[in-house]
Design a protein around this ligand. Sequence first.
Ligand SMILES: Cc1cc2nc3c(=O)[nH]c(=O)nc-3n(C[C@H](O)[C@H](O)[C@@H](O)COP(=O)(O)O)c2cc1C
Length: 413
Amino acid sequence: MLGYLPAAWKTPHLKKDAFVDPEYWENLGKTAERGTLDAIFLADGPLLGDPAYDANPIRLEPTVNWGHVAAATSRVGLVATASSTFNDPFELAERFLSFDHQTGGRAAWNVVTTRGVPAARNFGMPDIPFRDDRYERANEFVDVVRALWASAATGRDVHFHGGFFDIDGRLRVPPSKQGHPVIFQAGGSPQGRELAGRAAEGVFAAELTKNQAIEHYRLVKGFARSNGRSPDDIKILPGLLLSLGSTEEEARRRSDEIHDAGPPSYSIGWLSQAIGFDASKLELDEPFPEEVLAPIGNAQSFLGSIGFRESIITQIRKTNPTVRSYLKQTRYTGSGHAGFVGTPEQLADHIEDWFHAGAIDGFNLQPDRLIDGLDVIVDELVPILRERGLYRHQYETETLREHFQAASPTPPF
Ligand SMILES: Cc1cc2nc3c(=O)[nH]c(=O)nc-3n(C[C@H](O)[C@H](O)[C@@H](O)COP(=O)(O)O)c2cc1C
């Protein structure tokens, strides 16, 4: 991950092997820690991304990658994504609890069900299972993992017999400093929201507008309540794609420069997979045809993320732009994830506004290019938030669960 704009890799400031360079990652971790950020986050999937739109296809497995950063830091949380469709719960429970020890109680597991046929082909499956099936497995998977983590504390074996998994036994790994890793969830379909409300302590979401975010927030907190949880036990953090500058013009110029360094296929390719339609076939100077915007006939077999698709279609319907102007506009508004282009001061206003509107508990900030974008967050945004009394001046706690004020360490079983 070199940045959230796909052409971020084009900068001469980066070494060619930054993707896998321990020093690059350690520096990012140290910078985040200098800003007393709660955590840093890695999305992932067990497949090689399509280079037509994914410019960050080369990567190390996240828990291994965070190993370098864990050793170079002592407070910042480390969130690693792992799929419930293409892992085994016993193996994952053990791997993540070990990772939590290695980080001194700063680890989180982001549960995803994974889209993308190439992932299925890596596991001997001809196709990705339907969304309902993936989420059914995900729910059971999370139950098994939590039961195994709880059994590490009680010392009693788990006896679990479900539709997907059978386990009689327990882990070798003892409980960690924060009990067990914090659980995140990413996926904005109704099934994803339900899973989040039931089991997650952090939610990574794709919400383009404040109203969409308020609705998502209300729904997920509602699911938490109906599962007997306190809504405060689950923190909702939509992505926010950032280009920052000392003036708005400078920030726009930076976004334009990074975009223009890459081929147009990056934005068209991303849009195609996100909406489930080959956008290269669309007339650039025409509005999007109704067949593209209409609800998907078979949501079950739609391969992309419903969360991303819904937020993009809502955005297009609002202004009915031509394809060309939509692609241009998304440079500043984001696509899927909301975008923000402006000054750190304006960003602080934006964060405050969404927070007070009940749309977010925080943002998963996504700098256009990490190597110089993360410093601006730490050195310019964070001091403004501190001045306004909205952000910590130093870490007051040690574990991610404590930074995050997430749910109690050992959920009851
Ligand atoms: C904000 C957000 C982030 C996501 N991150 C990942 C990821 O890192 N890896 C992955 O395999 N899927 C990721 N997904 C997709 C879902 O977990 C899942 O793979 C998808 O098919 C179901 O998403 P849905 O519930 O939005 O339909 C993400 C989805 C959203 C909305």
